[in-house]
Design a protein around this ligand. Structure first.
Ligand SMILES: [Zn+2]
Ligand SMILES: [Zn+2]
Length: 272
């Protein structure tokens, strides 16, 4: 199995030592892990600083490759927080450092944080969803220096801020803009991820779920990764099989891994 979205103590919101993540991954049957630490140069109204020192990070990965290399492939990766204020800075960071894999994620929309609820203040459910998907669409077209778009439907985790729940939403209202986003990704050899953090947040849904994965497939999408978005050892390698079965249901025969930002496609078999 491939866990392609894991945070360790190099991310401001995780305390997990990278060594612990490696051990847990091996125990869980993960054969390849990507440490996708946060790099969000613009994150308003937050005490945490989502930045890390590449040299220290890279040195730790090298050390752990030496320790676990025969049992676990470790990829150097990053989760870039996409925002127009920081396009140049983010691109410089990934251009001047070596990464196998880059996730591009939108954590801030309308210049406001989704996680702390600021984004939702004064917005109806419809306004919140519309602005969110239009923002992602714009950013994906403007900023291309990543391999997969992170957690497309992250907003699902925060709909309690507008007294709603993802199961009550008619998501088909947004298929048109999302389809356009998928096409922009596909045309530039980028893909999407299936993010399993929804299970940690008790919304019991992958981000995105099956209808979106099918929409991506129908648009011609091939590049797709699956990751837990674990921030602690309890979630490393968890629920990955749910992600793989979703891929199969959507008609995918392959899952993607990355080395030096180049994709490799692995047949989805029962043993993967
Ligand atoms: Zn994220
Ligand atoms: Zn993440």
């Amino acid at each position: 199995m491939f866990d392609y979205h894991v945070h360790t103590s190099f991310s401001a919101d995780s305390k997990m030592p990278m060594d612990t993540a490696c051990q847990t991954a091996i125990e869980a049957g993960v054969k390849e892990i990507a440490f996708t630490e946060h790099m969000d140069y613009f994150y308003p109204n937050c005490d945490l600083t989502f930045e890390f020192d590449y040299g220290e990070y890279s040195g730790m990965v090298d050390l752990l490759r030496g320790r676990y290399g025969s049992r676990l492939t470790i990829r150097k990766a990053v989760e870039i927080g996409i925002h127009p204020y920081t396009y140049l800075q983010s691109k410089k960071f990934t251009d001047t450092n070596e990464f196998d894999f880059i996730i591009g994620s939108v954590h801030i929309a309308d210049n406001l944080d989704l996680h702390n609820g600021d984004y939702f203040k004064g917005k109806s459910l419809k306004e919140a969803l519309e602005t969110y998907f239009i923002t992602i669409n714009t950013y994906v077209k403007e900023y291309q220096d990543f391999n997969v778009l992170g957690h497309l439907t992250l907003i699902k985790r925060y709909l309690h801020y507008v007294n709603s729940h993802w199961e009550k939403v008619d998501w088909s209202l947004y298929y048109e803009i999302i389809e356009d986003t998928f096409k922009a990704l596909i045309q530039t050899s980028r893909g999407i991820e299936v993010n399993l953090s929804g299970y940690r947040y008790r919304i019991d849904s992958p981000l995105p779920n099956l209808p979106f994965i099918q929409l991506y497939k129908e648009a011609g999408g091939e590049i797709i990764t699956v990751g837990t978005d674990a921030h602690s050892r309890h979630f490393v390698g968890k629920h990955l099989e749910i992600g793989y079965s979703l891929l199969k249901k959507a008609g995918f025969e392959y899952i993607t891994s990355f080395e030096q930002r180049k994709p490799t496609f692995h047949k989805l078999t029962d043993s993967i």
